[in-house]
Design a protein around this ligand. Sequence first.
Ligand code: ADP
Length: 405
Amino acid sequence: MRILVVNCGSSSLKFKLYDLTAAATLMAEGLVEEIGREKSRFTYKSNKSPDKRVLEVVAKDHTQAVAAMKDALLHPEYGLFQGTIEVDAVGHRVVHGGEKFSNSALVTPGVRGAIAECIAIAPLHNPPNLAGITACETTFPGLPQVAVFDTAFHQTMPPHVFMYGLPYEQYDVHHIRKYGFHGTSHEFVARRCAELLKKDFDEVNLITCHLGNGSSITAVKRGKSFDTSMGLTPLEGVLMGTRTGDMDPAVVLYIMDKQKLTPQEMNKLLNNMSGVKGISGVSNDMRLLLEKADAGHRRAQLALDIFVYRIVKYIGAYVAAMGGADAIVFTGGIGENATAIRARIIEPLAFIGAELDPVRNGSDAKEKVITTDTSRLAAWVVPTNEELSIAQKTRAIVESQLRAG
Ligand code: ADP
């Protein structure tokens, strides 16, 4: 079965085409950036044409971006198909599924409506996700479209975990609660780690740390998300590239009042100007921060100290919340690559039996255990692959539809 995976942001469209027939094979991938401008940048490569091509295309909206993807896949020189694109379904990343979706779903008018209802709580993400679905429905009529939600994996959190301490009507009437994000990634690496530990997924307790530009930590208890650090939106939790993470909510009111900021200006401050970038004044790029900190840059060092401290605090909290853990899993750009950050996170966890193996931690292997054989709490690095996971989930939905006739 061939699955096209589409991930639409406000001004971008990322796609990957997988053949899942035997071992999963990536057939083609591309990225349209600067959608909405006069000219957009399109990078593309495929099995047939493995060198990355950088093209200029007209993509004033997501429909034109999808058309550019289709043209590339059908191109006589570097395309993969002649005449028609032979894929079986399209899987879409959808950020917010609210409380309606604890699994992926075939896109129907009802599903579209439910995704649209979540625009109120995900105004930046769900509109482009929907635009991508509409564009693919128009461009590939008759092809099943499947929505795969970032929030779905976390729908198993119990009420005493997902509720905020607000009046009950805020939840009941307005659906204000913790939802959590990066669910596809947390589930993917947790399942893989259970395999590596040779244990059933529903028997393991894991703490998965997705550390990238956006970061979140999840307590996976017996194969289900039990708690996660992000909340109603991706702002809550650990310190991130440009987001504050946890903070006294009164700070927001105080700043808005004293500095006369509008909700939009405050939103920008919290989401785009804060985090390690805001604290260091350097960058949200971890590589650059590590370099500067090594060279003695005081605020870069402070930003890293806060970043590490808060992750350690969440891990400690989740060990307590689950009554113990089998392993900690690192993933995402920072989790997979930043050896020094992993070491700094593991070091203070010695009190719960985590013992880093520096040689394993520094090895070139992508997937690896980084604690010693005698460590009571194991730590692993497991590369995430959200697109492959979306492709697999899409296939599962299409197959279940076929079985249901
Ligand atoms: P996103 O959340 O945008 O998907 P990624 O998961 O790609 O982000 O992670 C991006 C982060 O990973 C950046 O801060 C980048 O500096 C960091 N990163 C990537 N490679 C390395 C590396 N070798 N060492 C340290 N940090 C790295």
